[in-house]
Ligand binder design. Structure first.
Ligand code: ADP
Length: 536
């Protein structure tokens, strides 16, 4: 734990920047490390500084150190091994609206030789909830991503809370329940976890496994508040996806990849998949169903919001999102419409901020060790930069094309079974009538999944309006009234396929495609398909 921070200290990095709301927890950790001779080689004194109180060491205030220049002067002259923690110092670094304090920034640069080369070991650590680094200090300040508390830390805090709250009834609480409660709080800061536990305790004066839902609800609130990640709860399963057998098989094979059993096979943990293709054909549906298939939480990252910088600074947003998802791990991260943010990253007019953020995401995807599986979905592949597609980022790139005949049958089955339940409504149409399903699938050549769903819905709407069971002619009318996307966007589909032929694997099973192309006309938009045909 925290080996990077220890290395930074040992390697005499002059300035370390920790972005966190958890000032207290970060300070406590630094103090522990500073005292640990084994880890850090030489023990260090720890000073803390705020603009209001100046410097303090072991609660003793040091006179005349409130102004930044007095402070930096003190650090320069101090003759013992030490660490100086400066809270909210970023206020001198400026913002988009206001320039930084040039004298302070200059003084920080002048201090560098005293921190780097002096025989005495001194390090300055900035702690602040905001990440602001002046351009001229970019190379000298190292960012340390302070991880959110792990399971053991949270459990220790929970145990402490239980021991001091004698009135709370914990008679039904087992050790296993405590683990589950702590696990549910992963992704929260220690303060937030404490608040969630307190809430769970006060609502009925008891703490037991039923409180897991209280903690999860709190966690969703907190994560929602960041505005960057959203918990997706869905009960969609593999049976809700019609077709896409190659993609489904690939995903099923990688289930439990982080298990002990997988370690015995020395299988590398999966990084993620990129699912591209024609809109409305089941990309988002697959992302949602994965959460159920793998029994892991699904968090959706709003990449547009990260890049727009609507909520806080964009770079910090990316780090925050990564930090949160790692804390919640094992989990699935769904980056929806990944191309949205990337168009900025490849243009030259945003002073490189977007490409830096994008770089952070790519490096993380490549190097992450936390069990986070990334599923990225994209409609507009022309906007995807080549570095995203390079080997090592994703384990596989899938292309979702128009559904084949077999796939359309399956999609009809999914939606008919979902909606034709009432005896009166399905008096004349049975949801599993193979003959009727074949007929519908034949008649809907070129339809995308969402259009097939719409055919079922609009047939039922007509029957409902006339207060009668649904009939075959309702379906025929709905099909006739649909102008499929494959007609209106023929050129786009052709160019998507050309792209996919070199870069992606077909999400549909080879067998389904081949049986289909035999009975289809060669020039038809539905017979030429994109993506390499493979059996997974
Ligand atoms: P996109 O590929 O644009 O992400 P979605 O996955 O959101 O499309 O599909 C929209 C809707 O269409 C889904 O919610 C689902 O009801 C229906 N749909 C699309 N493809 C399929 C499919 N292969 N199987 C079942 N339903 C599908």
């Amino acid at each position: 734990m925290h080996t990077k921070l220890i290395q930074f200290l040992k390697a005499r990095f002059p300035y370390i920047y920790i972005t966190t709301y958890e000032e207290e927890r970060a300070t406590k950790l630094i103090k522990q490390i500073a005292n640990d001779e084994e880890k850090i080689k030489v023990q260090r004194e720890v000073f803390t500084w705020t603009q209001a109180a100046g410097l303090k060491c072991s609660d003793k205030a040091i006179a005349n150190t409130t102004s930044p220049n007095q402070l930096l002067d003190f650090i320069r002259k101090y003759e013992k091994n030490s660490i100086f923690i400066l809270y909210d110092f970023h206020t001198f670094f400026g913002t988009k609206q206001r320039p930084g304090d040039a004298t302070v920034i200059r003084a920080l640069r002048d201090l560098i030789p005293y921190l780097k080369t002096n025989a005495i070991r001194k390090t300055v650590i900035f702690i602040s909830p905001d990440l602001v680094i002046p351009e001229t200090l970019q190379k000298e300040i190292t960012i340390y991503d302070f991880p959110l508390p792990n399971m053991e830390e949270i459990k220790a805090r929970l145990n402490k809370m239980i021991s001091v709250n004698m009135k709370i009834d914990t008679s039904e609480l087992t050790e296993d329940d405590k683990e589950k409660l702590s696990k549910a709080a992963l992704g929260l800061t220690m303060q937030e976890a404490e608040n969630a536990f307190a809430l769970a305790m006060v609502n009925d004066g008891k703490l037991n496994k039923r409180d897991i839902s209280v903690i999860l609800e709190e966690k969703m609130q907190v994560i929602r508040k960041t505005g960057l990640l959203e918990f997706i709860q869905s009960d969609l399963g593999i049976e809700d996806i019609g077709g896409l057998d190659n993609l489904k098989k690939w995903l099923l094979k990688r289930n439990n990849s982080w298990s002990e059993k997988a370690k015995r096979y020395c299988i590398p943990a999966p990084k993620g998949v990129l699912v591209t293709g024609i809109p409305g054909c089941g990309k988002s549906l697959t992302a949602k169903a994965m959460s159920t298939i793998w029994q892991l939480p699904l968090l959706k990252l709003d990449i547009g919001k990260i890049f727009s910088g609507i909520v806080g600074s964009s770079e910090e947003n990316m780090r925050k999102a990564i930090n949160t998802i790692e804390a919640v791990a094992p989990a699935i991260l769904w980056v929806d419409e990944i191309e949205k943010g990337l168009s900025n990253a490849t243009s030259s007019n945003d002073s490189g901020v977007s490409s830096r953020i994008f770089g952070t995401l790519l490096t993380w995807m490549q190097e992450k060790t936390a069990p986070v599986f990334v599923i990225a979905t994209a409609n507009n592949i022309s906007k995807l930069p080549p570095e995203l597609l390079r080997k090592g980022r994703f384990d596989e790139i899938f292309f979702v094309d128009l559904p084949t005949l077999n796939e359309r049958k399956e999609i009809f089955k999914v939606h008919l079974n979902k909606r034709l339940k009432d005896e009166f409504v399905c008096k004349n149409i049975k949801p599993n009538d193979e003959g009727f399903i074949n007929y519908l699938a034949e008649k809907t050549e070129g339809f995308i999944g969402s259009e097939i769903e719409q055919v079922v819905i609009s047939s039922l709407c007509d029957a409902f309006f006339e207060n009668r069971p649904v009939e075959a002619y309702d379906f025929e009318k709905a099909i006739e009234n649909t102008v499929p996307l494959s007609t209106t966007q023929k050129e786009q589909i052709v160019s998507l396929r050309q792209w996919a032929n070199i870069r992606a694997i077909s999400a549909s099973a080879k067998e389904s495609i081949e049986s289909y192309s035999n009975d289809s006309n060669e020039d038809n938009i539905t017979s030429n398909r994109g993506g390499r045909r493979l059996d997974i």
